[in-house]
Design a protein around this ligand. Structure first.
Ligand code: T3D
Length: 263
C-alpha cells in the first residue's frame, strides 16, 4: 500500500512508523488512521519486525485529532465522538498495548491530546528535550481519551494526572522524565540515534520473554498479588522450555553473544 500520511519502513528488525502530516503537527484524520492501522498490522504480524518505533515528521509528534475535521457543525447534537473513538482510537491503543513486541515512542516534538495518550501507551518513551506533553482535551471540553485516563495516573500518580488533565498545561520532556512519566529525555539532535540504538537492542533480545514481560507488567495493576504470582509461575514454566532460554543460558556459560530466534 502507498502511504500518503505516514512513512513506514522496516530495517534490521525495527519497524519505524512516522506520522507525516507536519503542517497540522501530525494530527489524525481518517486517512492517517487507516494508514496507521495497516502499518501497525504489519508490525504486529511480520517476522521481520521485532520492535516498533513510532515518531513524527517535522516539529511535532502528534496533536491528536485533526480539529479541522470537527470544525463544521454536523448536526444540532454535534459529532458522535464515540464512533470515532470506537472505530479508530481505541483499536489503535489496544493494538499498541497488546502487541507482543516492544513499541518505542520517539517523541520528537509536541504530543497533545490523543498524541500524548498514544505516547503513554507505548512501552518505552524517549523524548527530545524540546518536546512537550499537553493534555489538550480540557481546553475543548473533553477528557483524556485513547487510554489517557488509564495510563496517565499509572505513570504519574493521581495528583499529577488530575492537575495535568484539568489544567491542560504543557509538561516539558525534562519534567516528564523527572516525574517518571517517560523513560528518557535526550538532546533533540540525538533522539533518533538513541531510539534506534534501543530499538536494535530490543530487536535482538529474546522475543517471547519480552512479549510476556510486557503482558504481565501491563496487567499487573489490575490483578491481585496471588494471581500475578500465579501468572509469573506459568510464564516462567513456559519460557523455561523455549529454545531462546537454552540459548541464553548456553551463551552465558560459553561467554559468547546469544542469538535469539523467538522459539
Ligand atoms: O474527534 C474525535 O475523533 C475524538 C477524539 C479526540 C482525540 C483528541 O486528540 S482531542 C484533542 C485534539 N487536539 C488538540 O486539542 C490540540 C490542539 N493543538 C494545540 O493545542 C496546539 O497546536 C499545540 C499545543 C499542540 C501546539 O501549539 P503550538 O503553538 O506549538 O503550535 P500551533 O501554532 O498551535 O500549531 C501549528 C499548526 O498546527 C497550526 O496551523 P497553522 O496556523 O500553522 O496553519 C495549527 O492550527 C495546527 N494544529 C495544531 N494542532 C492541530 C492543528 N490542526 C488541526 N488539528 C489539530 N489538533
Amino acid at each position: 500500500m502507498e502511504f500518503q500520511t505516514i512513512i513506514y519502513q522496516v530495517n534490521q528488525g525495527v519497524g519505524t512508523l512516522t506520522l507525516n502530516r507536519p503542517t497540522t503537527l501530525n494530527s489524525f484524520n481518517s486517512q492517517m488512521h487507516e494508514e496507521v492501522k495497516v502499518a501497525i498490522k504489519d508490525a504486529k504480524t511480520s517476522p521481520l519486525v521485532r520492535c516498533l518505533v513510532i515518531t513524527g515528521e517535522g516539529r511535532g509528534f502528534c496533536a491528536g485529532q485533526d480539529l479541522g475535521d470537527r470544525a463544521a457543525k454536523v448536526s444540532d447534537e454535534g459529532p458522535s465522538l464515540g464512533d470515532s473513538i470506537e472505530k479508530y482510537y481505541n483499536p489503535l491503543i489496544r493494538a499498541i498495548m497488546t502487541m507482543e513486541k516492544p513499541v518505542i515512542c520517539a517523541v520528537n516534538g509536541v504530543a497533545a491530546g490523543a498524541g500524548a495518550s498514544i505516547a503513554l501507551a507505548c512501552d518505552i518513551v524517549v523524548a527530545a528535550r524540546s518536546a512537550k506533553f499537553v493534555q489538550a482535551f480540557s481546553k475543548i471540553g473533553l477528557i483524556p481519551d485513547s487510554g489517557g485516563t488509564f495510563n496517565l495516573p499509572r505513570s504519574l500518580g493521581l495528583p499529577r494526572a488530575k492537575a495535568l488533565a484539568m489544567l491542560g498545561d504543557k509538561l516539558s520532556a525534562e519534567q516528564a522524565e523527572k516525574w517518571g512519566m517517560i523513560w528518557q529525555c535526550v538532546d533533540d539532535d540525538v533522539l533518533m540515534e538513541e531510539v534506534m540504538s534501543l530499538a536494535k537492542r530490543l530487536a535482538a533480545a529474546p522475543p517471547l520473554g519480552l512479549a510476556m514481560t510486557k503482558k504481565l507488567l501491563n496487567e499487573s495493576f489490575s490483578n491481585p498479588l496471588h494471581q500475578q504470582l500465579e501468572l509469573e509461575k506459568e510464564a516462567m514454566n513456559w519460557l523455561g522450555k523455549t529454545e531462546d532460554y537454552q540459548e541464553g543460558v548456553s551463551a552465558f556459560m560459553e561467554k559468547r553473544q546469544a542469538t535469539f530466534t523467538g522459539k
